[in-house]
Design a protein. Structure first.
Length: 119
């Protein structure tokens, strides 16, 4: 299992490292390179930052939802009479956790589609 995980992780890292070479553009005119370099650097970093941000947002919400659901199942298993109240509270809590992921998505989309180079 460890070997399979290591191979998958190594393949993913190699894919990330070799993707710029595969998607590289032909050399542009010298006057276009001066302004284009900073734009491409900005958009590249924005894409990487957005990927990390939405990943952490989804990871946190997923862990929180899993823990909340497991505790609700434990509570219902211990006292089945409170199933209605626990379920209602669980659904409200899950909606709040999911809204945090949606907020992360909105922030990521704003970062991706804002144009700081507009004159």
């Amino acid at each position: 299992m460890k070997r399979l995980t290591a191979m998958i992780l190594l393949s993913f890292v190699m894919l990330c490292l070799l993707a710029p070479l595969a998607l590289a553009e032909e050399a542009a005119a010298p006057e276009a390179q001066q302004g284009g370099q900073s734009k491409m650097f900005y958009y590249g970093l924005a894409a990487v930052g957005c990927g990390i941000a939405i990943g952490f947002g989804a990871l946190g919400a997923g862990i929180g939802q899993g823990i909340g659901t497991s505790k609700a199942c434990e509570g219902i298993a211990r006292n089945p009479a409170t199933a209605g109240k626990v379920t209602t509270t669980l659904i409200i809590g899950l909606a709040m956790m999911e809204s945090l992921t949606i907020y992360a998505l909105v922030v990521v989309l704003i970062i991706l589609f804002v144009n700081p180079f507009k004159v």
